[in-house]
Each structure stands twice: as C-alpha cells, then as structure tokens.
Design a protein around this ligand. Structure first.
Ligand SMILES: [Zn+2]
Length: 343
C-alpha cells in the first residue's frame, strides 16, 4: 500500500516542484526499489512487508504502466506527424461595429475567429443554380458573411419550386431566380456583394469561374455538371458539388489541383437519358435539398476558413428515407479525360 502511495507522492511532488516529465524517472527508480525489496530473500524484511505487494505484483504493475506510457508516447508521435499547414495570412479586411456583432458567434469559434471571418469577407464564391440546393447554399453563404457571392441561373421562379426552394417567395413567382435570390440575400445581409447572372451556363460563360475562389454546383442537369467541372479544372478552382433525387443526396469537394479527384474522375460517363431522372421527373422530399445544401455551405465555410477537414477525396451519401449516412473514398484517376495529366 505504501508502495503505491509512493507513486502518488512522487507525482504530487513533481507537480509541486515543476519536474515535468522527470517525475516518471523518479517513479521508475521507486519501482526498481520496490522490485528489489520484494525479491524472495528480502521480502521477509519488515520494510518490504510495509511497502506491500509481491515481486510478481510489482512486475505486472510495471509492465502495465509501461504499456500505458508507450501508448501515450505513440499518440503524441502520431499527432506530431500530422502535417500542420500554416494558414495563409488573413486578408486585411476591416469590420464595422454592426458586422462584428453580426458575426460574433463565428468570431468566438476557435477554428474561425477574427482571421477566419476576414477570409470569409475576402472570399469570392460562385453558386451555379438558384434552385433546391442553391437556396440553402446562398442563404447560408450570405448569412456566414462570404463577401462576394455570384449566382448564375437562367430560370424564373415557378409555383412548383416553392415546395423546397426556400430562398424564393410566392410574391416573386415569374421573377428570374437570380434576382429573387439576390433580394433574399440582400435582405438577410446588407454587408455582402451579390452578383446575379441571369443566363444559362455555357462554354463561354464558364470563363466566369476564373473570377472566383470557389464554385458550388447544385444544378440537376448533367451537361451543366460536366461543364462546370471542366471550367473549374481549367481554372484550378475547387468545386463543391451536391446532387439530390427523391430521398437521397450526395456531396463532395472536387479539387484536382490539390490532389483530390475531379467530378469526371468519379463519374467518368454521363448516365444514359432516363437512368438518372431529375427532381421534376422523379420527385424530391422538401427538406432534402436543405440537408445537402447546408452540407455544401458548411464545406464552403470550412474550405474558406481552413477549419477542420473538407470532403476532398471523400463523398458523403445521405439516405433520408432510412436516415443513413455513408462516407466513401473517391480517388483521382490518372487517365481522367478532364484532369488526368493536367497537374
Ligand atoms: Zn478528373
């Protein structure tokens, strides 16, 4: 018993005198003394009985302690080996009093803070499509304080959109979606710049991508998806891509310039007509674009601020009908016709 108390005493003494890790050396010496005194021909001495336990007991105790210490040391090595990228210096953005108040809940987050909020303010993000996924994406990017938000869409608001496209309103039926989205974002956050592009994304307009730091694509037609991917790869701009149908959605971050695959690496062939029906043909549950779109906006905030780990190289698949979420690894393909050999 006194033998065990000795370890506690050495630990306390070490804490008090500021020995740091050296108390372990003292503990090891104490353990060696206990082992020595519990050897068969010494264990009958009164002092040995006072210290307690047997030779085997102290041996097992010592081995267990060694295993615990080795595990902790291994963990520390692993943490040290994890590459810690120094975040780029925060841009020299300044905030007005009302902005500081608005973004206070971000600024107190250790992973975002003042520098992260400045990065958000300096960021230029292009959102392709102001529909189901675009609605939560645009609202959250605006609320989060992304300084410049571009939105491209050729459609007008229709009554059948309002079951899920929550950025639009009944009063704005007939209005081009980009202007309806612009009105909602300006009403939510007057401190950001919104750039609406009321047009279809074509090979010519794809040059727009180069003016932005990050692109989010939530369109539900495959030609646009492949076009946005090609434009992003050509401009070296990362792409957060989300897709939904009926009850299921998926999201990933494609960034071949930094080692992650591009959209075409994962989906090399466009599905045959009719095999991947659109929401209009197959239906979609109202909150599903809210779930997947919010994940896309979350990934954008993380990518811009450098917080946590993004979905680069991973794809999240969510099945809302059974409330199951899976994560699969996705890899860059060397023979990808879009990004293979490009970097
Ligand atoms: Zn690729």
């Amino acid at each position: 018993m006194i033998g065990l108390l000795g370890f506690v005493g050495l630990w306390a003494l070490g804490r008090w005198r500021g020995w740091g890790q050296w108390w372990l050396v003292a503990a090891a010496l104490w353990w060696a003394l206990l082992m020595g005194l519990s050897l068969p021909y010494l264990s009958s001495l009164p002092i040995a009985r006072l210290l307690g336990a047997t030779f085997e007991g102290w041996l097992v105790f010592g081995l267990l302690a060694a295993v615990v210490l080795a595990y902790r040391f291994g963990l520390r090595l692993l943490h040290r080996r994890k590459p810690v990228e120094a975040p780029p210096p925060a841009p020299a953005a300044t905030f007005r009093e009302a902005e500081l108040d608005r973004y206070a809940r971000h600024i107190i987050l250790r992973e975002i803070g003042g520098p992260g909020q400045k990065r958000l303010k300096a960021a230029k993000v292009l959102v392709v499509g102001a529909g189901g996924l675009g609605s939560p994406v645009l609202l959250y990017l605006a609320a989060a304080g992304v300084g410049t938000i571009g939105v491209i869409d050729h459609d007008v608001v229709e009554g059948s959109n309002l079951q899920r496209q929550v950025i639009h309103t009944d009063g704005r039926i007939g209005m081009p979606k980009v202007f309806s989205a612009e009105a909602a974002m300006r009403a939510l956050n007057p401190f950001i710049e919104v750039r609406p592009y009321h047009r279809r994304l074509t090979a010519e307009t794809a040059a727009l991508v180069g003016e932005y730091d990050l692109v989010l694509d939530g369109t539900d037609d495959f030609d646009t998806r492949y076009l946005v991917n090609r434009a992003c790869v050509a401009a070296g701009v990362p792409l957060i891509s989300g897709a939904i149908t009926q009850w299921e959605g998926q999201v990933s971050l494609f960034d071949p310039a930094r080692g992650a695959p591009c959209y075409a690496c994962v989906f090399p062939v466009k599905p045959a007509a009719g095999l991947a029906p659109t929401c209009a043909e197959a239906g979609v549950a109202a909150p599903l674009p809210g779930i997947i779109g919010s994940l896309m906006a979350m990934e954008a905030v993380k990518w811009v601020t450098g917080a946590g780990e993004t979905l680069a190289g991973r794809m999240l698949i969510h099945d809302a009908l059974y409330m199951e979420t899976r994560m699969i690894g996705v890899k860059k393909q060397a023979d990808c016709p879009v990004c293979g050999g490009a970097h």
